[in-house]
Design a binder for this molecule. Structure first.
Ligand code: GCO
Length: 255
């Protein structure tokens, strides 16, 4: 059967925070489905090795260094992507960071840092990219949410507030831009071992709690996010908007 429904050939995808972790895995999945991927990161070296890992597999990948909280850099690099590769059809707002600690002890500056990197950045990048999507009357925006878009966990207060906000920003974007044939959805990853969660995975107590709390009884494999990303980036989801799809081994379904 012709699989054009999930085929991303000819599409350009920008994935923020994609030189490692979930962002890199999502970018690899979209590239394997045919997209040309624009990876983003803040450090040139790490980004370059991520790009060469994908091009070494025969995938179409380029790297663009910019800080997702600096509007001038975003505007300049989005222009660079669109002139050097082509219009951005798919935007994945993936960049994120989790700083943990007792909620009452956070410095104000740390609170703002966590809210900005996990939430404000998605708005700053989307408001630049969406202008082209509106003019072309076509686009896909995917926000990387979290189980913390729905649930709290001790010591993750600012991150939970940010990811809860990102779920509702996803819906706000979906509502505002649906009339321009732009679908905006979220992916809610459960627990996957990445640089962000390695300290948790290295903690035997947390590791055994997580395996008991997850009906699938294990951590996720980052490649298990690709299918949902391809679905939300492709024609297969042309009438899906404002939804958060949780890839969590059943965590949210269970008490
Ligand atoms: C934590 C983790 C989680 C994961 C992910 C779960 O401290 O519990 O960082 O927040 O990163 O967001 O969906």
């Amino acid at each position: 059967m012709e699989n054009s429904l999930f085929d991303l050939k000819g599409r350009v995808a920008l994935i923020t925070g994609s030189s490692m972790g979930l962002g890199f895995a999502i970018a690899r999945g979209l590239a394997r489905a045919g997209a040309t991927v624009a990876l983003n990161g803040r450090t040139r070296e790490r980004l370059a090795s991520a790009v060469s890992e994908l091009t070494g597999q025969g995938l179409a990948a380029h790297g663009f260094v910019f800080d997702v909280l600096q509007s001038k850099q975003i505007e300049r690099q989005v222009r660079e992507i669109e002139t050097s590769i082509g219009p951005i059809d798919i935007l994945v707002n993936n960049v994120g960071n989790n700083l943990r600690g007792p909620l009452e002890d956070f410095e104000e500056s740390t609170w703002h840092e966590v809210i900005d990197i996990n939430l404000t950045s998605a708005w700053l990048v989307s408001k630049v990219v969406v202008k082209g999507m509106i003019s072309r009357r076509s686009g896909k925006i995917i926000n990387t949410c979290s189980l913390m878009s729905e649930l709290g966990r001790n010591t993750t207060g600012p991150y939970t507030a940010a990811k809860g906000g990102l779920k509702m920003l996803t819906r706000a974007m979906a509502v505002e831009w649906a009339g321009h044939n732009i679908q905006v959805n979220g992916i809610g990853p459960g627990y996957f071992i990445t640089e962000l969660t390695q300290p948790l995975a290295d903690n035997p107590e947390f590791d055994s709690w997580l395996k008991k709390r997850t009906p699938a009884g294990r951590w996720g494999n980052v490649d298990e996010l690709a299918g949902t990303a391809i679905f939300l980036a492709s024609a297969a989801s042309s009438f899906v908007s404002g939804q958060i799809i949780y890839v969590d081994g059943g965590v949210l379904a269970s008490l």
